[in-house]
Design a protein around this ligand. Structure first.
Ligand code: MTE
Ligand code: MO
Length: 441
C-alpha cells in the first residue's frame, strides 16, 4: 500500500472529521479570546451553504472546555516546550500543529508560534551542532562532506525573512474532505532564516551536465522505526535549487535553529511546498532525473492537469508536481469571534498575504460577503518571499453581526476564490478567501 505522506496514521478516518462549519479553529477562537474580549455569543449562526472559509457556527454552541482531554472532539491545544498553547494539534504521531490566524499577527512569526509539521519521529537534539555533517553527492564532480562549522566558515551567510508554508495549507476547506492533516490557514509562518545559499554549495560541488534534480535526506527516523525507510525524501529542479533564496539554514529569528524546526540544519525552499524544506538535513543527492523518494510519487504533492470531479477517482498519469504555492491572505486581527463594544462604527484590520513564487499585487476586504470591496494598504516586503503585512479600516454601520472577508491577488492577476477550487485527492491549493466573524455590542 502506498503511504500517503500528508496523512498521519493517527488521524481519524475521513468520515470522523468534523462536519463543515464546526471547524476546530473556530472552537479554538472561542477559548483563546480571553484577552481580546468575549467571543461571539449564542446569538450567532452562519450560512451553512458555503464550503470553505471558516464560519463561527461552533461559537454558537457556547465556550468549549479548554482541556483537550475532556473534549476529544474539540481543538487540542499544543503542549510542547517553547511553544504557545494556542497552537492547535492536528496530529500527535507524527506531531503536527498549526497556528490559528490571529496568532500570525506578528511581523515576523516568533518561534513560539511557528507551525510544526513532521512525517516521522523527531530526532534527539544533537550535543555538538557544529559537528553536524552534510553530504552532497550524486551528479557532481566533487562529492562534498561538510560539517556545519565548515559550511559557516567557507561560505557567506545570508538572512532573509521568508514564508514557509505546508503544501496542504487550507486543506480543510475542500469539500468533500481531502486526505491529510486538516489545516485551516495555519500551516504557514514567516521567519528570518539565516544560512548559506544552496546554489553556492552546489557550485562548489560542481554540477555535472547530467544534473537535473535534487533528492533530500534527513535524520528523522521513520515512524515505524524501520531504518530502511525514509520519513520523507523530496526534491526539486536544479533551477529552483540555484535560486539565491533557497538556503541551507542554521538559524531562525537570530537563534540557533531549534530541533523541532530541523536544527541544527535544514533547507528553506521558499514559495514551494514546505516539504521541500527538509529538516535535520544530512544529504542532498543530485539526480539525473526527477526524484522518486518518499513524497514524490502517486498523488503526493501533485495536482491534476485537468479539473477533476470533487471526490472522484484520480488518474495519476494526469497529475503534475505542485511547485509554486497559490496566493493567500489572512486576517490576523481581529480574531474570529471577537466582540466589539456597542457603538463601534469602524474596525482596524491587520493581516498578511503571500503568493508562492509571485508577488502580492493587492489585498481587498469586504463586510458584505463580497458585494463590495475596500482595498487594503500593503506594507513593503523586506526581500523576495517575505509576506506582505497589510492594514485596512472598514465601516460597521450599526451594531450587530459582521463577517469580514479578505482576498489577495497575485502579480499574475490571479485572485483567491471564495471557496476552495480545483479539488484533488490530497487537498493541495485550498486558498479560499479567509473570513472572520465579529459581533458589535
Ligand atoms: N526531515 C524532514 N523534513 C521535513 C519534514 C519531515 O517530516 N521530515 N516535513 C516537511 C513538511 S511537510 C513541512 S510543511 C515542513 C514544516 O516545517 P516546520 O515543522 O519547521 O514548520 O518541514 C518539512 N521538512
Ligand atoms: Mo507540509
Amino acid at each position: 500500500m502506498r503511504r500517503e505522506i500528508e496523512r498521519s496514521p493517527q488521524e481519524p478516518p475521513i468520515h470522523d472529521l468534523e462536519p463543515r462549519g464546526i471547524n476546530r479553529r473556530d472552537l479554538l477562537g472561542g477559548v483563546s479570546l480571553v484577552g481580546l474580549g468575549a467571543a461571539v455569543g449564542a446569538s450567532v449562526h452562519l450560512s451553512p451553504n458555503l464550503s470553505g472559509p471558516p464560519i463561527p457556527s461552533a461559537l454558537a454552541q457556547g465556550a468549549p472546555a479548554s482541556g483537550g482531554a475532556a473534549q476529544p472532539q474539540g481543538p487540542q491545544p499544543l503542549d510542547y516546550p517553547g511553544k504557545e498553547k494556542g497552537l492547535v494539534v492536528l496530529g500527535e504521531r507524527p506531531l503536527v500543529a498549526e497556528t490559528p490566524e490571529h496568532l500570525l499577527d506578528d511581523e515576523t512569526t516568533p518561534i513560539s508560534k511557528f507551525f510544526i509539521r513532521n512525517n516521522g519521529q523527531i530526532p534527539e537534539a544533537t550535543a555538538n551542532p557544529d559537528a553536524w555533517k552534510l553530504t552532497i553527492d550524486g551528479e557532481v564532480n566533487n562529492r562534498l562532506e561538510l560539517t556545519l562549522a565548515e559550511l559557516k566558515s567557507r561560505f557567506q551567510p545570508k538572512t532573509y525573512r521568508m514564508v514557509l508554508e505546508c503544501g496542504g495549507n487550507g486543506r480543510s476547506f475542500f469539500q468533500p474532505p481531502a486526505r491529510g492533516n486538516q489545516w485551516t490557514n495555519g500551516g504557514a509562518g514567516c521567519a528570518e532564516w539565516t544560512g548559506i545559499p544552496l546554489g553556492e554549495v552546489l557550485q562548489a560541488a560542481g554540477l555535472k551536465d547530467t544534473a537535473k534534480y535534487t533528492a533530500h535526506y534527513g535524520a528523522d527516523p521513520h515512524l515505524s522505526g524501520d531504518p530502511t525507510k525514509d520519513s520523507l525524501s523530496r526534491g526539486m529542479s536544479i533551477a529552483k535549487a540555484m535560486e539565491p533564496h533557497s538556503l541551507i539554514v542554521y538559524a531562525m529569528n537570530g537563534e540557533p535553529l531549534p530541533t523541532i524546526h530541523g536544527g541544527p540544519l535544514r533547507l528553506v525552499i521558499p514559495g514551494w511546498p514546505g516539504s521541500l524544506s527538509h529538516k535535520w538535513l544530512t544529504r542532498i543527492t543530485i539526480r539525473d532525473r526527477e526524484h522518486d523518494g518518499q513524497g514524490m510519487t502517486g498523488t503526493s504533492y501533485r495536482v491534476p492537469n485537468t479539473p477533476m470531479v470533487p471526490g472522484g477517482k484520480a488518474d495519476e498519469k494526469d497529475f503534475r508536481i505542485l511547485e509554486s504555492m497559490p496566493v493567500r491572505s489572512i486576517i490576523t486581527n481581529p480574531a474570529n469571534g471577537t466582540r466589539l463594544p456597542a457603538g463601534t462604527r469602524e474596525v482596524a484590520l491587520r493581516g498578511a498575504a503571500w503568493a508562492g513564487d509571485l508577488m502580492v499585487s493587492r489585498v481587498d476586504v469586504s463586510t458584505d460577503a463580497g458585494q463590495s470591496w475596500t482595498p487594503a494598504t500593503l506594507a513593503p516586503t523586506r526581500n523576495r518571499y517575505d509576506w506582505n503585512r497589510w492594514m485596512a479600516t472598514v465601516a460597521l454601520p450599526s451594531d450587530g453581526y459582521y463577517e469580514i472577508w479578505t482576498r489577495a491577488t497575485d502579480s499574475n492577476g490571479k485572485m483567491q476564490p471564495p471557496v476552495a477550487t480545483n479539488w484533488n485527492p490530497q487537498g493541495y491549493g485550498g486558498n479560499a478567501m479567509h473570513r472572520v466573524a465579529v459581533l458589535v455590542g
